[in-house]
Design a protein around this ligand. Structure first.
Ligand code: NAD
Ligand code: DAU
Length: 378
């Protein structure tokens, strides 16, 4: 075991998994989870991340001198590296955040999603199984593999459907959703076939600090701050259920500690918003925080553009099980969470500067150039 982690493990209770291998921890949710986990002393963390375009190690500079945190660059699909890390750090749990996560990119390049989200997760499961099978029965019983998944595996709701819950059948519609569904099926199979103690969470849309600005909320904030058009796909009436990222991280911690192995937990914000409402709220916040020209409203930048192919109409999550069994519910209101998020982007120009590299610009051109032709601002 790693010496630096050893001394701290003695002080922890038997019940709590003390060291966690987090994959994809340099991305949006993973980084927020690690910062929260170290801040609250939930776990010592080993962070394995391939450092794709969506990652940013600046997210974790606060932990540079933290003896309970290690970063390792690498791929979840690399069995030699992962088994070495498992042997070295002997984690009590693995939390798999690593993924290609953007639906629009999955439409343009589906194979990379199959490679990381399906094959990568399968390889990670297989490597974990080999490690887990060599543990003592006591440690085997305490080990957990937590798969961080999405509500998108359930497909799309009509306006009158009840929100998704754990019993909904999988009906993924985008290549991204299909790849996450494939991964979830393998996780389930590893529990049923080998007894690997797995947990799956299916969460709705997250927002908050450190999200890569290809996703709706940070893209809108940064475009509006720069006076650029705010692209809304289709009629802007698609609905998402927005959850502040720290609420998601709390939920994951609870599932890891108290969730029943082999089970699935739906996590959501109880906060359904149309895309147009979200963008308008951001504009109102920016009008107050960054008043620029007299009589200028950021909402004048809103532009309806060509829709996403196969665009799911509505997602919503029923988190009754999380509440009933684990006592969890979202705590951040959308108004306060969105305000904090906008303020975070305003206060972190260096983070924004670093992330908006040439590769980011070419993605924006690839995704939006054809969409905006022939479409008008409101
Ligand atoms: P993200 O794109 O911001 O971060 C993904 C991270 O994974 C990046 O740091 C990337 O470098 C890393 N990664 C990618 N491929 C890897 C590989 N092969 N090996 C190791 N690391 C790799 O994603 P996010 O928004 O933080 O989402 C994290 C997880 O949560 C994903 O699995 C996603 O499907 C799931 N999820 C996201 C949301 C959301 O709203 N963002 C909601 C529900 C579930
Ligand atoms: O539901 C959980 C999922 O939420 C996660 O699993 C995904 O990883 C995450 O990316 C997110 O998927 P969405 O496709 O819902 O998120 P995105 O931010 O890309 O889009 C949110 C909504 O806004 C969606 O209806 C599409 C729309 N949209 C998005 C962009 C980028 C626009 O109208 N304009 C845009 O420019």
């Amino acid at each position: 075991m790693n010496d630096l982690f050893k001394s701290e493990r003695h002080g922890c209770s038997e019940e709590t998994p003390q060291t966690v291998l987090v994959t994809g921890g340099a991305g949006f949710i993973g980084a927020n989870f690690i910062l929260q986990a170290r801040g609250a002393q939930w776990y010592n963390v080993v962070n394995l991340d391939k450092l794709t375009y969506a990652s940013n190690l600046q997210n974790l500079t606060a932990l540079e001198n933290d003896s309970g945190y290690r970063f390792v660059r690498g791929d979840i699909g690399d069995p030699e590296l992962v088994s070495h890390l498992l042997e070295q750090y002997q984690p009590d749990a693995v939390i798999n955040f690593a993924a290609e996560s953007h639906v629009d990119r999955s439409i343009l390049n589906p194979l990379s999603f199959a490679l990381t989200n399906v094959t990568g997760t399968l390889q990670l499961l297989e490597t974990c199984r080999a490690y887990w099978q060599k543990l003592s029965p006591h440690k085997q019983g305490r080990f957990r593999f937590l798969q961080v998944s999405t509500d998108e595996v359930y497909g799309s709701l009509s306006m009158t459907d009840p929100p998704f819950c754990e019993d909904n059948p999988y009906e993924p519609n985008s290549p991204y959703a299909a790849s996450k569904a494939g991964a979830d099926h393998f996780v389930r199979a590893y529990y049923h076939t080998y007894g690997l103690p797995t947990l799956i969470t299916n969460c709705s849309n997250n927002y908050g600090p450190r999200q890569f600005p290809e996703k709706l909320i940070p893209l809108t904030i940064l475009n509006a701050m720069e006076g650029q058009l705010l692209p809304i796909y289709g009629d802007g009436q698609n609905i998402r259920d927005w959850l502040y990222v720290s609420d998601h991280c709390e939920a994951l911690h609870l599932v890891l500690q108290q969730g029943k192995v082999g089970e699935t937990y739906c996590i959501g914000g109880q906060n359904e918003q149309t895309n147009l409402m979200v963008v308008e709220k951001i504009c109102t916040i920016l009008d107050e925080l960054l008043p620029s020209k007299p009589n200028f409203s950021h909402s004048s930048l809103i532009t309806f553009v060509k829709d996403r192919p196969g665009h799911d109409r509505r997602y919503a999550i029923d988190c009754t099980k999380m509440n009933r069994e684990l006592g969890w519910k979202p705590t951040e209101s959308f108004d306060s969470g969105l305000l904090k998020t906008v303020q975070w982007y305003i206060n972190h120009p260096q983070w924004v500067e670093q992330i908006r590299t040439g590769a980011y610009q070419s993605w924006i051109e690839q995704n939006y150039t054809d969409r905006t032709a022939n479409y008008l601002s409101v």
